[in-house]
Write a protein that binds this ligand. Structure first.
Ligand SMILES: [Fe+2]
Length: 343
C-alpha cells in the first residue's frame, strides 16, 4: 500500500466515529481457513473502516457464482491454489484489476490482464526420511518416477488440486506424452493407494510406510509447531525437505491468490482489500501464521521455513501451467493413478 494512501486512511479513521461499516463493505468468498485469514481481515477493517463479510467456500464456487448471475453477492474471491483462480478466470467470472500497488507482485504470480493476483507461494516439495534416504538421492520431479523408489512413495489423491498443479507443470515443461510416461513411473512407485492429506504422507514416512512423499512445504511448519497434536512434531522431526529441479527449471510452486468478481457491487473495496493483502503487513502475517512464502519481495519467511534453505522457483508463469490442469486431471483418470501401483 502506498504511504500516501495509508496516511489518508489513517486520517479518515481518526476523523470518523468508531463504526466498522463507515466505509462500506466487501463480500469475500474464501477457500482459506478462518484462523489464518480472520486476523488479517480484522486488521484491514481496523485500518480502512471497510467491513468484510466472509463466506467460506468449499466446492462449486464457479457454479454458485454462475448460477447467481447478476444477483451474485460476492465481490472478491480468495483461493489457496492456482487451479481455482484459473477456473474462475476461464469461466469469465473475474474482472481485470489494475493497481500500481499490486505491480509489486512478480509477473509470474499474477494474471497478465489482472484477473487474479497471487498472494503467497507454496512449494510442492519432496519430504524424505532423514536416515533412510541419503541426502542428494532425489533431486528432480523426474526422479519421482525412478524405479529405485518402487514401493517407497506416498502421496495424496492425484486428483487433488495440489497434485493436478504439479502434473500440469510437468505437461507444461515436457509435453503430454512425456508427462504420461512420468506419471506411470510415479504410480508404479506408490507404497499405497493415494489417500489422506499432505500431513498423512508425513505420518506415512514416520511410520515406515514410505520413504519419500510429495507435499507442500508449509505443512512442515504446521506440524513442527503443532501443540494440539504433538505427535505431528515427531513426524516433522524425521523429515528432510528437498527442493526440486534446482539445476533445471526450478521448484514447482502453487499460489494462493485473489480476484475481483465481474459485476462486483463493491469493486473499489475489493481492490483495496487485495492491495492490503499484498501489503508488507499482511504479507508478514501470511509468512508467520501459515509458513508460506510471501509474493512481495523483501518480506521475511518464517525462521523454521528459512532453515530449509533458499530455492529457485519455476519461472514459468502460473497461468501457463494452469492451462494444462484439465489434461493433468484426465491423465490421472486414464492411468488409474488413485488405484495405486497395482491398480
Ligand atoms: Fe494446504
Amino acid at each position: 500500500m502506498r504511504p500516501t494512501f495509508m496516511a489518508a486512511v489513517f486520517a479518515m479513521a481518526a476523523a470518523l466515529p468508531v463504526c466498522a461499516s463507515a466505509n462500506g463493505e466487501v463480500n469475500l468468498y474464501s477457500y482459506r481457513q478462518g484462523f489464518l485469514i480472520e486476523p488479517i481481515l480484522a486488521e484491514f477493517t481496523k485500518q480502512t473502516g471497510i467491513n468484510v463479510n466472509l463466506v467460506f467456500a468449499k466446492k462449486g464456487i464457479v457454479e454458485k457464482i454462475k448460477a447467481a448471475g447478476a444477483n451474485n453477492p460476492a465481490d472478491a474471491v480468495l483461493t489457496v491454489d492456482i487451479g481455482r483462480l484459473d477456473a474462475l478466470a476461464q469461466a469469465g467470472l473475474l474482472q481485470p484489476v489494475t493497481s500500481p500497488a499490486l505491480n509489486i507482485i512478480p509477473s509470474a504470480y499474477r494474471h497478465e490482464d489482472g484477473l487474479w493476483y497471487g498472494l503467497t507461494t507454496r512449494a510442492r516439495v519432496v519430504y524424505a526420511h532423514k536416515d533412510r534416504v541419503p541426502e542428494g538421492a532425489i533431486n528432480n520431479v523426474a526422479d519421482l518416477a525412478d524405479a529405485k523408489w518402487r514401493g517407497k512413495l506416498c502421496t495424496r489423491s492425484g486428483k487433488h488440486v495440489y497434485n493436478v498443479g504439479l502434473i500440469a507443470s510437468v505437461i507444461a515443461h515436457h509435453g503430454e506424452a512425456e508427462a504420461e510416461q512420468w506419471l506411470r513411473g510415479v504410480k508404479a512407485n506408490l507404497a499405497r493407494k493415494p489417500q489422506g492429506n499432505d500431513r498423512a504422507q508425513a505420518k506415512g514416512i514416520y511410520e515406515g510406510v514410505c520413504d519419500i512423499a510429495i507435499a507442500n512445504h508449509y505443512y512442515m511448519g504446521k506440524m513442527a509447531t503443532n501443540e494440539k497434536k504433538p505427535e505431528q512434531q515427531e513426524w516433522a522431526k524425521v523429515i528432510r525437505v528437498t527442493f526440486l529441479d534446482q539445476d533445471g527449471v526450478g521448484q514447482h510452486v502453487n499460489l494462493s491468490g485473489a480476484g475481483v468478481i465481474k459485476g462486483a457491487k463493491n469493486k473499489d473495496n475489493a481492490v483495496r482489500l487485495i492491495e492490503f493483502l499484498a501489503s508488507p503487513e499482511a504479507q508478514h502475517m501470511y509468512a508467520t501464521n501459515n509458513f508460506e512464502y510471501p509474493v512481495r519481495p523483501g518480506i521475511k519467511t518464517d525462521p523454521y521455513i528459512e532453515s530449509f534453505g533458499s530455492f529457485k522457483a519455476d519461472s514459468l508463469p502460473l497461468s501457463a501451467i494452469a492451462k494444462h490442469r484439465k489434461e493433468a486431471s484426465k491423465l490421472v483418470d486414464k492411468l488409474k493413478f488413485n488405484e495405486g501401483a497395482d491398480g
